[in-house]
Design a protein around this ligand. Structure first.
Ligand SMILES: Nc1ncnc2c1ncn2[C@@H]1O[C@H](COP(=O)(O)OP(=O)(O)OP(=O)(O)O)[C@@H](O)[C@H]1O
Length: 904
């Protein structure tokens, strides 16, 4: 406990600052924007506004501790042992926390005078982007910290750098202004740092996305200085791991800012980053933010994991594997050769289910090597992290043995197997020898070195346990001497070792001859506690033996840690290989168990899917006991005919248009991330960008109507799609007056066909558009088939050639439960409108529509569904059990209910 703390009396009243408050303010001033966790004994205390914020956020009591400038000082605290949970909660809520520890022994402070304050300092800043502990992180998700830099006169305007501090992975990308939002949506950082100047410039150019606001942190301009960054980066990546001059000025500035931010937050411990992957986005298939959302790649539009593509295809068995799968899904490849390399590996494992089963079952036991290694590098790791490294290495060696049975090993698997086989076996043996089976979380707790590993340690431990035997002997002797049979020698944190006797015998020890040797310490309700000189002596010996043993253990820990860190690069490569093997094996398992086919990927403009299925809807439809109807799509084109084909998809509401559109975009993404696809076959010429607008929604929060959102997104597509792109558009133009909407949709189809020449699917309820197939050579009409049966519509979910002549909106409205009078009236209006547009309505019919329309509002409302109260009451009547009086009353009650029902 911090002895030097002033008590509340010395804090109040406060004409001048107490030394402690002065220290608090000093530390608080250099850490603006952080909640200060101020260490006091076994608690972290928060004061003033910090206390108010934390108590509200954590639901803990806000108390007072003295006064400052006449005002109460608000205070709340969290106990050290539970601090992690509270920190986690605060960081998740977007708060930033500075951990301020006592950095000297309180005894030292006392030497400077009774009133002096223990030295304290901030040892770590905890923010959403700099977390490393397992309890703060989602094991199956990356946690990125990103920095955005802008150079005004550079070759590129903007650059992003991002890193997962928990694994050390880092990346940079030079970007044009219009790529920023999409790229940040892809990376999905937990925290984004930028300078105030950059923020203002972005806001001015309407480039600052509202979603960035809660994750943004404004860093001082000098941390983005690209000149200073060179030196910072050379320090952060020593040994020529990478050359900062390979980066553009903006990228250097962004990465420099990240390194500066991390090293500030870790307070000089180091940054432990891997050499960055440069230009990380250039080689991948571009998927913009709206497409990502509309295709529900990582989460559904409602923000849930269930129902997303990732959720449907993630069969990985390790957390790093799951993170890699997610990264691949976020950035599929755009290079046919690289995609085929991945597919070759998946194909071999999918074809050898026995081998794949073994790999997957062995992989299950592989720990999160990358995160364990980073914690050790940041001096935050414990014995379990060391054990994780040993376990991962041994598992890798065992896994590499499985490949021996393959005759023809594809490139990716050969590379993985070589990396696994090169895992540092001696390190694993050393760790296995040194570390016990049951391990504490922290090295400071001791007891993690295996017996037999170090002779001196064993000797000290023997001494410690021997003293335990001595304690037992002493207890026996004291019982003899005092004749108190129930005398016990016990231990607790406050008194240390003490003698305890039942209260009834206590007085005996306070009297001669015992009072000479027994020193009274405590009286409890049922017991009395004493110490003896001999016991105090023994206590010292035990403590020293423990201390000596712990000392040796800590030395062993530190040397094992150095051994492991000495192999950082090899271990990181190993971690990558294990994650990649998990992803490959998971995709192979997916292919084998869900009837997926290997796509044929080349550089043509092909897009031919046979019997394609929607990976998520298929699962849902099957779960409901139905079967999913597979559909073909052929958008294949060629340069000499002007590009790819465009299918105009018409059909009834609920007919399956959106599903069909989405499934084709998803098949393209799956194929290019290196996965097999839900289809009988697929031939795809590499796609550079996928655009999907299916089911636009309001963006009222940002002041944009449905129609405005739709137009902004459509214009992005028309401006950015290339001949290599795949465009999937649903019901463009539906959010405005019919003729405006139709004209816009018409012009968009023409532009996609004539100017862009991309492969496209275009679903519409404007049946007039289908006439475009006559004039535009690469446009074809397809429709979702339906069958009408006894006035009901049956959806077949089958795509066939041709155009729908109607939308069956009214039938769908009936399915949705629209009241029958409204449906009847709608049918009547539809008839007249259809006759009118066909020119067959008589003038009297037209007039009658107009005359009748106001009546629409007076149509009687349908009776609310639900039990009739009169019937319900009648059902409740039990005539055999009623007295005559009760029967009369029931009769009146029934009549009353009938009258009430008539009135309503
Ligand atoms: N190929 C299919 N096989 C089986 N069921 C399907 C298929 N396609 C769609 N469905 C079912 O039909 C439902 C409606 O599909 P979808 O939303 O794609 O229709 P839609 O034509 O786009 O409708 P709307 O025009 O009203 O938006 C799906 O939720 C699914 O249950």
């Amino acid at each position: 406990m911090d002895q030097s703390l002033p008590d509340s009396a010395s804090l109040s009243p406060a004409p001048a600052l107490t030394p402690m408050m002065a220290q608090y303010f000093e530390i608080k001033a250099v850490n603006p924007g952080y909640l200060l966790f101020y260490r006091m004994g076994d608690f972290y205390e928060l004061f003033f506004e910090d206390a108010e914020i934390a108590s509200a956020a954590l639901g803990i009591v806000l108390t007072k501790r003295g006064k400052h400038l006449g005002q109460d000082i608000g205070m709340c605290g969290v106990p050290i042992h539970a601090a992690n949970d509270y920190l986690n909660k605060l960081v998740k809520l977007g708060h930033r926390v500075a951990i301020c520890e006592q950095v000297e022994d309180p005894k030292e402070a006392k030497k400077r005078g009774a009133k002096s304050v223990v030295k304290r300092d901030v040892v770590r800043l905890i923010t959403a982007g700099t977390l490393t502990e397992d309890d703060h992180l989602d094991a199956r998700a990356s946690n990125f910290l990103a920095a955005l830099a802008m150079v005004r006169h550079g070759e590129t305007d903007f650059a992003l750098a991002w890193t997962d501090v928990s694994t050390g992975e880092s990346f940079t990308a030079d970007l044009a202004a219009d790529q920023l939002q999409d790229e940040l949506a892809r990376i999905d950082p937990a925290e984004l740092i930028l300078s105030e100047a950059t923020r203002l410039a972005l806001v001015e150019r309407h480039l600052f996305a509202p979603a960035w606001l809660p994750i943004s942190h404004i860093a001082p301009a000098q941390s983005f200085d690209s000149e200073a960054a060179s030196a910072t980066l050379r320090d952060a990546f020593p040994g020529g791991a990478f050359d900062p001059s390979a980066l553009s000025r903006a990228a250097r500035s962004a990465l420099g800012a990240i390194v500066a931010y991390i090293s500030d937050s870790q307070k000089g411990v180091g940054v432990a980053l891997r050499a960055p992957v440069l230009g990380a986005t250039a080689r991948s298939m571009a998927i913009d933010q709206a497409t990502r959302a509309s295709l529900e790649l990582h989460q559904t539009q409602r923000g849930q994991q269930r129902g997303s593509l990732r959720n449907a295809i993630d069969l990985t068995v390790t957390a790093p594997g799951s993170r890699l799968l997610s990264a691949r899904l976020a950035a599929p490849l755009a290079d046919a050769a690289a995609i085929n390399e991945r597919l070759d590996a998946v194909s071999v494992l999918a074809g050898d289910t026995m081998l794949n089963g073994r790999l997957r079952s062995d992989l299950k036991a592989v720990p999160d090597l990358a995160r364990a290694l980073t914690r050790l590098a940041l001096d935050r790791g414990g014995p379990r992290d060391l054990a994780a490294i040993g376990k991962a290495v041994s598992a890798a060696l065992a896994l590499s043995g499985h490949f021996a049975r393959l005759d023809d090993v594809p490139t990716v698997l050969a590379r993985l197997s070589a990396t696994l086989a090169a895992a540092p076996a001696p390190l694993a043996s050393m760790l296995a020898l040194a570390l016990d089976d049951e391990l504490p979380l922290f090295s400071r707790d001791g007891g993690f070195v295996r017996k037999g590993y170090d002779q001196t340690l064993d000797d000290e431990r023997a001494l410690a346990s021997e003293t335990r035997a001595v304690v037992a002997a002493l207890q026996a002797r004291l019982i003899e001497e005092t004749d108190v049979r129930s005398l016990k020698i016990r231990h607790n944190g406050v008194l240390g070792y003490f003698v305890e006797v039942p209260a009834a015998h206590g007085t005996r020890l306070l009297e001669e001859p015992h009072r000479q040797s027994f020193i009274h310490r405590q009286t409890l309700a049922n017991a009395m506690r004493f110490t003896t000189t001999e016991l105090a002596d023994l206590e010292g010996r035990i403590a020293r033996a423990h201390e000596a043993a712990l000392d040796i253990e800590l030395k062993i820990f530190s040397s094992l840690r150095s051994e492991a860190l000495g192999r950082t690069e090899a271990l990181r490569e190993l971690a990558d290989a294990l994650a990649e093997l998990d992803v490959t094996a998971a995709l192979a398992h997916l292919a084998a168990t869900r009837n997926y086919a290997r796509p044929e990927i080349d550089t043509s403009l092909a897009f031919e899917i046979k019997a394609g299925r929607h990976p998520v809807v298929e699962d849902m439809v099957q779960a409901e006991g139905h079967s999913f109807v597979a559909n073909d799509a052929d958008l294949s084109g060629a340069d000499d005919i002007g590009g790819g084909r465009l299918w105009l998809v018409t059909g009834p509401n609920m007919g399956g248009k959106s599903t069909f559109l989405r499934q084709n975009a998803l098949i393209a993404i799956l194929a290019q991330m290196g996965s097999f696809v839900p289809a009988a076959s697929a031939h795809i010429g590499v796609i550079d960008r996928v655009f999907s607008r299916v089911g636009a929604s309001d963006d009222i929060a940002h002041g944009r109507s449905t129609f405005m959102v739709e137009m902004v997104e459509t214009s992005a597509i028309l401006n950015r799609a290339t001949r290599r792109s795949l465009v999937v558009l649903d019901e463009i133009g539906r959010g405005t007056a019919t003729f405006d909407g139709l004209s816009i949709a018409w012009a968009a189809v023409e532009a996609l066909h004539e100017t862009t020449g991309c492969r496209a699917l275009f679903a519409t309820h404007f049946h007039e558009l289908t006439s475009l197939a006559k004039t535009l050579s690469r446009v074809s009409n397809v429709t979702m088939k339906v069958r009408e049966w006894e006035g009901e519509v049956v959806f077949l979910h089958e795509v066939g050639p041709g155009a729908a002549d109607r939308s069956y909106g009214i039938q769908v409205a009936r399915l949705a439960g629209l009241p029958e009078p409204v449906l009847a009236r709608a049918r009547q209006v539809l008839d007249i409108l259809e006759q009118r547009s066909a020119g067959t309505a008589s003038s009297s019919q037209k007039a009658s529509v107009l005359d009748d329309l106001p009546l629409f509002a007076h149509q009687p409302a349908a009776k609310p569904a639900g039990p009739d109260p009169v019937h319900a009451a009648l059902d409740a009547v039990r005539p055999d059990e009623m007295t005559p009086k009760q029967a009369i009353e029931a009769l009146y009650e029934l009549k009353k209910l009938r009258d009430d029902a008539r009135r309503s």
